[in-house]
Design a protein around this ligand. Structure first.
Ligand SMILES: *Cc1c(COP(=O)(O)O)cnc(C)c1O
Length: 407
């Protein structure tokens, strides 16, 4: 086999479909974010980022940066080992206490990313519990899917957010089999929210464990930023709550929060937790500062929701179609991969607006979109510039507009 030819052919077909991923080379400006400098062939240009998961701008918050500087200067760069062999620093212990407290659980366990936390925790639980059957929502994130696949446990996929389908599938499984229901609160591409209470009610009827990914909700919802389950008073009903430190908290890392025994079990049996170098103490300190700030400050969450509403109102006024949902994610639907990438390129080159096109396989074919994430660090003038630019491109690309009344 001629390997180079094989690689190039496969990449060429991705490009023909419009599904080839192009990374933009950005330099965020601390204090000026969502402004960033874009490096490209023709030089450098200022852009406004509209697709970041640093939902609240905590990545540039003075308390976060200060805590990271302080830890770096006091403690040095790396953790220096796996958690087991010299890598558990006091910063890790403190962060895990902070996280357990956030979610009202006995314990928490930090992983190198949210992806790894899902992969490792689900993989460990599903493989180590004898005969475990995993009931996985059809739109679960790749990290959950891979963790379940890796466990080799039996997997049953239920229709997205469909309680009847979930219950029918639980009822069809052997009554005495251990069961685990895996789902998310805010789904990242459509921005819809799971009926957590009803899922917990069903889980109770069938004696199932519940595993909730709150990656797109932690920091953003609930009186202390613990997510949708906190907002709805349901945290104690979930067996495991999983989150990230890399999105609204603005740093990097992932975690689970659960009972002391469950966390100790995953700590003791999970390869993805044990055999990797612990995150640097400065990262742990920055994440802890971010969580602590958002536990007591509602300002960022309020302004976040206001900007989301303002963007929706302005899109409606311009007749630009977006998917309605109860969260902070604003998907502007294009429905064609080539047009989606084309609009994204024009926004960047002609208007200084960066929104990554979201194409297959991240979303189903025919639902290609611009996934917009307004934040408290975007101004109203930023919103106006965005909507005016989209309006021009909608006309230029002859994309359908909705009559204002239909919205
Ligand atoms: C981003 C994401 C993850 C992974 O979290 P990282 O910290 O980025 O690795 C997990 N679940 C969902 C739903 C996500 O969108």
């Amino acid at each position: 086999m001629h390997f180079e030819t094989f690689f190039r052919d496969r990449l060429d077909s991705l490009k023909d479909e419009g599904n080839y991923r192009v990374f933009h080379d950005l330099e965020r400006k601390r204090g000026a974010f969502p402004r960033a400098m874009r490096h490209c062939g023709t030089g450098q240009r200022d852009v406004t980022v509209w697709c970041s998961n640093d939902y609240l701008g905590m990545g540039q918050h003075p308390k976060v940066i200060g805590a990271m500087h302080d830890a770096l200067d006091r403690l040095g760069a790396g953790a220096g080992g796996t958690r087991n062999i010299s890598g558990t620093t006091h910063a890790h212990v403190e962060l895990e206490h902070e996280l357990a407290d956030l979610h009202g659980k006995e314990a928490a366990l930090v992983f190198t990313s949210g992806y790894v936390s899902n992969w490792a925790a689900l993989g460990t639980l599903a493989s180590q519990i004898p005969g475990c059957i995993v009931f996985s929502d059809a739109l679960n994130h790749a990290s959950m899917i891979e963790g379940i696949r890796h466990s080799r446990a039996q997997k049953v996929i239920w229709k997205h957010n469909d309680l009847q389908d979930l219950e029918a599938k639980l009822a069809a499984a052997p009554a005495d089999a251990p069961k685990l229901i895996a789902f998310e609160s805010v789904y990242s591409m459509d921005g819809d929210i799971a009926p957590i209470k009803e899922i917990c009610d069903i889980a109770d009827r069938y004696g199932a464990m519940t595993y909730l990914d709150e990656v797109h909700a932690v920091g953003l919802y609930g009186p202390r930023g613990a997510g949708i389950a906190e907002r709805e008073g349901l945290m104690d009903r979930l067996t495991v709550i999983e989150g990230t430190l890399g999105k609204a908290y603005g740093v990097v890392g992932g975690y689970i929060a659960a009972s002391a025994a469950l966390c100790d079990f995953v700590r003791s049996f999970s390869s993805g937790f044990i055999f990797t170098t612990a995150l640097p103490p400065s990262v742990m300190a920055g994440a802890a500062a971010s969580i602590r700030h958002l536990k007591s400050s509602q300002t960022e969450r309020d302004l976040h929701q206001l900007r989301v509403q303002q963007l929706r109102d302005k899109l409606d006024a311009a007749g630009i179609p977006h998917m309605p949902n109860p969260s902070h994610i604003v998907p502007v639907m294009v429905g064609d991969p080539v047009k989606c990438k084309y609009i994204s390129d024009l926004l960047l080159d002609d208007f200084g607006i960066y929104i990554q096109p979201i194409n297959y396989p991240t979303v189903p074919k025919g639902t290609e979109r611009l996934r917009i994430t307004p934040s408290p660090v975007h101004s109203e003038a930023d919103l106006d510039h965005l909507v005016a630019s989209l309006g021009k491109l909608w006309a230029q690309c002859q994309l359908a507009r909705l009559p204002m009344a239909a919205q």
